[in-house]
Design a protein around this ligand. Structure first.
Ligand code: A2P
Length: 289
C-alpha cells in the first residue's frame, strides 16, 4: 500500500487505493477511515458519486486517528460532467475542495469526455495545476481519439487516464497508446463491479495460489503496471484487497488472464456523458453532491 509509481510530472502515486463509486455518502466516512487505518493512502472519489462529503469526513478522521498529515494521503476526485467548461470548472473546484474539507487535491480528473467542453475543461485543469492547487491532472474514460484531440490542444500531457479495466475488459489498444504517450492507466471497477469475481478461470488460479479471486485480479493489475482502486464497504475485504504483495503470478498465468479479455465495457461515454443532441443521463442529472 505504500508502494508508489512515478507519474509523468514526477509526482509519486500509490499503486493501489480505495474506490468509492457506489459507496453511499453515509457509508463513505467509515470506509475511508477504515481504509486509511489499514494502510490505504490513495482514495478516489468523484462529485458524480454523491459522496464527497462523507469521503472528506473519512479523510479527516483517518488523518486524526492515525497521526498522519494531509501530505501522507493521495486524494483524487473528478470534474462533474455538468460542471465542465473553463469558468465553471474553476468555480466548482472550490466547492469540491470545501466538500472534501481539503486545501488542495493530489489528482483532478475530467470524469468523462463531454463533447465541445473537454478542451476548455482541460485548460482549467492546467491553470489549477500551474497555480499549485492540484499536484497532477488527468482524464477518465477517454478513448484514443479523445486523447489525441486533447493532446493536440494542450500544453500538459495528462498523468492518468482512469478507465474501466478488468480481466474481461482490458482495453489493450488504449493501454498501448497510453504507454506510448507516458499516460498511466488507472482501473476503475477492477473487480468488474463484482462480476469478474465469478470467472471460473480466475477461480482456478485463486485455488492454485491459495488467494482470493479478488487478490488474483488485483495482483494482475499490479503486474500489468495498472494502478487499481477496488471498492468495498466491508473492512475485511478492504484489508484483503490490499494483501497482494506476497505472491507473483507466473508469466503463463498472466497470459491466461490476458486471454480472458472480451472487450466488454459495462459503461461507456456514448451512453453516459453529455453530447450535443443527447439528453444527459438521468444518473448524471440526479447526483449533485
Ligand atoms: P462490497 O462493497 O459489498 O464489499 P469494483 O471495485 O470492481 O467496482 O467492485 C466492487 C464490488 O465488488 C462491490 O460490489 C464490492 O462489494 C465487491 N467486492 C469488493 N472486494 C471484494 C472481495 N474481496 N470479495 C468479494 N467481493 C468484493
Amino acid at each position: 500500500l505504500q508502494e508508489t509509481t512515478k507519474l509523468n510530472n514526477g509526482v509519486l502515486m500509490p499503486k493501489l487505493g480505495l474506490g468509492v463509486w457506489k459507496t453511499a455518502n453515509e457509508q463513505a466516512e467509515e470506509s475511508v477511515a477504515q481504509a486509511i487505518k489499514h494502510g490505504y493512502r490513495l482514495i478516489d472519489t468523484a462529485k458524480q458519486y454523491g459522496n464527497q462529503a462523507g469521503v472528506g469526513a473519512g479523510i479527516k478522521r483517518g488523518i486524526l486517528e492515525n497521526g498522519l498529515n494531509r501530505k501522507d494521503l493521495f486524494i483524487t476526485t473528478k470534474v462533474f460532467n455538468g460542471d465542465q467548461g473553463y469558468d465553471s470548472t474553476l468555480r466548482n473546484f472550490e466547492k469540491t475542495l470545501q466538500k472534501l474539507q481539503l486545501s488542495y487535491l493530489d489528482l483532478y480528473l475530467i470524469h468523462w469526455p463531454v463533447d465541445n467542453k473537454y478542451i476548455d475543461t482541460w485548460k482549467a485543469l492546467e491553470k489549477l495545476y500551474r497555480d499549485g492547487r492540484v499536484r497532477a491532472i488527468g482524464i477518465s474514460n477517454f478513448d484514443i481519439e479523445h486523447t489525441k484531440t486533447l493532446l493536440a490542444h494542450s500544453d500538459i500531457t495528462p498523468a492518468i487516464n482512469q478507465m474501466e479495466f478488468n480481466p474481461i475488459n482490458q482495453e489493450k489498444d488504449i493501454l498501448s497508446y497510453m504507454n506510448l504517450k507516458g499516460i498511466q492507466m488507472e482501473a476503475w471497477s477492477p473487480l468488474g463491479g463484482g462480476e469478474a469475481l465469478s470467472n471460473p478461470t480466475i477461480k482456478k488460479l485463486a485455488t492454485k495460489y491459495n488467494k482470493s479471486v479478488a487478490q488474483i485480479i488485483l495482483r494482475f493489475d499490479k503486474q500489468m503496471g495498472v494502478i487499481t482502486i477496488p471498492k468495498s464497504t466491508h473492512v475485511e475485504r478492504i484489508v484483503a484487497n490490499s494483501q497482494i504483495n506476497d505472491f507473483t503470478l507466473t508469466t503463463e498465468d498472466m497470459a491466461t488472464i490476458k486471454q480472458l479479455d472480451k472487450g466488454q465495457r459495462s459503461l461507456w461515454y456514448k451512453d453516459f456523458a453529455w453530447h450535443a443532441g443527447h439528453k444527459p443521463n438521468a444518473y448524471v442529472d440526479a447526483v449533485q453532491t
